[in-house]
Ligand binder design. Structure first.
Ligand SMILES: NC(=O)c1ccc[n+]([C@@H]2O[C@H](COP(=O)([O-])OP(=O)(O)OC[C@H]3O[C@@H](n4cnc5c(N)ncnc54)[C@H](O)[C@@H]3O)[C@@H](O)[C@H]2O)c1
Length: 278
């Protein structure tokens, strides 16, 4: 591939994707809203830009084969705060990809698009949207953009509904963990599978307790290797009892399912910022 674009390149997940993506193409254009992202990999350039700026997205995606879209506000927040980066930003990515003739958008969607489904339902990739927050609603909007741009404009998309790509620090994560190595494999398959049309796949490792079913996405060839069961004993020993009346314990979205709309959910999740250093 000649050129790939990675949004959200300054973020935690972006930090693990930059190096492998830079090896899949002649030029990787990394972008984020921050001023700079430090030392660049061979073949990588960096452009600081706001996702809400369509002209900037048009310029960054010019001549690209695909865009790997990870940029967003990554928490629940008032709708007005998410509108620019997560809603308009998503429209700008698909619209810019279409106008510049890109082949595919590889998108970091989220379990929060379907977060209000009860966890005792083993949901597949065809589970209807059931967002748990405005943040999840933005993921539904972007998935629907992806579907519509495929149906009407033949732009392919792979929407990866990531469960939780972070340290395993609570009982939910023993089922929902996506390791960084499996994240890289997932994004690689989403890029190198020859034909995807509009696809949805869950971003989860090979956990014994994974609560979702990827069997209808098996054509993408994603075969996760890691298993969070290695953390189960320690995590369960430290955890308090779960509350069967709390949507946060009973629904796929975890804390996002019980938080008031517009309030931060990440605050309670003790996520370690272990981003990869260049
Ligand atoms: N980490 C997870 O467990 C998880 C789970 C599900 C989905 N996701 C999705 O994966 C993606 C990356 O998540 P992350 O954990 O690396 O989060 P992160 O917050 O570390 O990275 C997001 C990046 O987006 C950038 N950004 C925010 N607003 C922007 C704007 N207006 N213009 C340009 N860039 C902007 C931020 O500066 C940040 O670097 C997100 O789309 C997120 O919704 C992550």
């Amino acid at each position: 591939m000649k050129k790939l674009v990675l949004t959200g390149a300054a973020g935690r997940l972006g930090s693990y994707l930059r190096e492998p993506l830079s090896k899949m193409c002649d030029t990787l254009v990394s972008t984020d809203i921050v001023e700079d992202i430090g030392t660049l990999y061979d073949g990588e350039t960096y452009v600081s830009a706001d996702l809400a700026d369509l002209d900037a997205m048009l310029s960054i995606t010019e001549g690209a084969d695909m865009v790997v879209h990870f940029g967003a506000i990554v928490d629940e927040a008032p709708f007005e705060q998410l509108l620019g980066p997560n809603f308009i930003g998503a429209y700008n990515i698909w619209e810019a990809a279409h106008r510049n003739g890109l082949r595919r958008v590889v998108y970091a969607s989220s379990i929060h698009a379907v977060g209000m489904h009860p966890k005792n339902q083993f949901i597949g990739i065809d589970a209807p949207h059931r967002p748990d927050t405005f943040y999840g609603l933005a993921k539904c909007f972007a998935e629907d953009l992806a579907s519509m741009y495929w149906d009407k404009r033949q732009l392919e998309s792979v929407c990866m509904r990531i469960l939780s790509c972070a340290n395993v620090g609570n009982p939910r994560a023993v089922g929902s963990w996506l390791s960084y190595d499996d994240l890289i494999q997932l994004v690689t398959r989403a890029i190198d599978t020859p034909v995807t049309g509009f696809s949805v796949i869950y971003g989860v490792s090979n956990n014994d307790r994974a609560p979702v079913d990827n069997s209808k996405a098996s054509f993408l060839g994603y075969r996760p290797k890691d298993n969070a069961e290695q953390f189960a004993k320690e995590v369960f020993a430290k955890a308090g009892p779960l509350d069967p009346t709390d949507p946060g314990d009973m629904c796929h979205g975890g804390p996002f399912a019980s938080i008031e709309l517009g309030n931060s959910a990440l605050g309670s999740m003790n996520i370690i910022d272990d981003r990869k250093k260049t």
